[in-house]
Design a protein around this ligand. Structure first.
Ligand SMILES: Nc1nc2c(ncn2[C@@H]2O[C@H](COP(=O)(O)OP(=O)(O)OP(=O)(O)O)[C@@H](O)[C@H]2O)c(=O)[nH]1
Ligand SMILES: [Mg+2]
Length: 351
């Protein structure tokens, strides 16, 4: 018969044995979290109760310039390790922790990127599906072309309109250097579209019109190098002091003066309305490798009567010149743009 005393003795000896074996027991070993676990990463992230919301105003070699929304401080930040695979771009809204004072030499840390309302993308060309994000959260696209030096590219305007509408962004066209030539060619090209066209010249820069487009919005300037994007930004916000370049007299090309995107706060003189204007580096092309073919049509409401015909004609047989005869002369270049974009989209689909 086993007495309670025996029972106790057995239990005690079991405890002794358990402690003897503890060194060998792996159940208490602290393991690193399995990086391949299915649990969403966000669950493992520490909570940052002291995080503040900020806007990314510039990105330069792994460092981010932030505008802290509460204090208005301009702060330099790095990103947290867990965000090293996340692309953070100008216009992004982020949460940041650490030294958010903006004091000389201070460095804050971005701990999360807030969901984006829009993403403006472009690819190298229409058949390239590798896309880069130009800016996040913009709701207006200022497509900048020069009336001359360099010559306006109507095709560039058309593809920027497609990219904007595809991203849910309102396109506006600015024709600069109207002191050198008229904006009429561009105006005729867009005559059947509801897209605003703004003139700008050295003597009369479109500062007020661009300010109006920007207030209460996030507007982004895109265009070829040398068309005058930074000149416009400086006209709207002289304190920005953005460097501007000149255009090569022989090639008619700009010098790619601006090398990264920069967001500048724009304020209304009379009231407390604000907005953000983003200057971007000049681009050679605006590839649409990321845009679905059926989205291209939606950017051509002025050619809507051609859609049924285009849809039932095999692409190889589509004759842009013959199609153009069905619409007003000022829309012929639009027809050429539409056919080119559809062909490129079809070619991409074959890869
Ligand atoms: N005549 C004339 N020249 C202009 C006008 N706007 C800009 N320019 C000139 O065009 C040149 C290029 O201007 P930028 O503002 O540097 O052009 P950008 O579009 O920012 O060029 P990137 O930064 O290289 O993309 C400068 O010499 C400007 O003075 C204008 O309305 N009229
Ligand atoms: Mg520039």
């Amino acid at each position: 018969m086993i007495s309670p005393a025996d029972d106790e003795r057995d239990a005690a000896s079991l405890r002794t044995r358990a402690s003897d074996w503890e060194d060998w027991d792996e159940s208490a070993v602290r393991t690193r979290p399995n990086p391949k676990a299915n649990r969403p990463r966000s669950k493992r992230r520490p909570a940052h109760d002291d995080a503040q919301e900020a806007l990314v105003t510039a990105v330069d070699r792994g460092r981010y310039q932030l505008h802290v929304l509460g204090s208005g401080a301009a702060v330099t930040a790095a990103r947290a390790r867990e965000l090293r695979r996340t692309q953070i771009v100008t216009g992004d809204r982020v949460s940041a922790v650490g030294d958010l004072s903006g004091a000389e030499g201070s460095l804050a840390r971005i701990v999360s990127v807030l969901p984006r309302t829009t993403v403006l993308r472009r690819s190298a060309d229409d058949t390239d599906t590798f896309e880069r994000i130009v800016v996040a959260n913009a709701d207006r696209l200022l497509i900048v072309v020069a009336a001359a030096e360099p010559e306006p590219s109507l095709g560039f305007i058309d593809r920027c309109i497609v990219a904007a509408l595809d991203a849910g962004i309102e396109p506006v066209v600015v024709v600069t250097k109207t002191d050198l030539a008229s904006s009429q060619l561009v105006r005729d090209h867009l005559s059947a579209l509801e897209v605003r066209v703004i003139d700008s010249s050295l003597a009369h820069p479109a500062a007020e019109a661009v300010r109006e487009v920007t207030l209460d919005h996030v507007a982004v300037l895109v265009g070829h190098s040398g068309v005058g994007k930074s000149t416009l930004l400086n006209a709207v916000a002289p304190e920005a002091g953005r460097a501007t370049g000149h255009v090569n007299a022989v090639t008619g090309r700009g010098r790619h003066t601006s090398s990264s995107a920069l967001a500048i706060a724009v304020h209304a003189a009379a009231n407390d309305r604000t907005g953000w204007l983003i200057d971007t580096p000049g681009v050679r092309s605006f590839g649409l490798g990321h845009v679905q073919a059926d989205h291209i049509f939606t950017a051509f409401p002025d050619l809507v009567e051609l859609v049924p015909l285009v849809e039932r004609t095999p692409l190889a047989e589509l004759d842009a010149d013959a199609l153009a005869q069905r619409v007003a002369p000022e829309l012929h270049a639009r027809v050429a743009s539409l056919v080119r974009m559809l062909r490129n989209a079809a070619q991409r689909a074959q890869y």
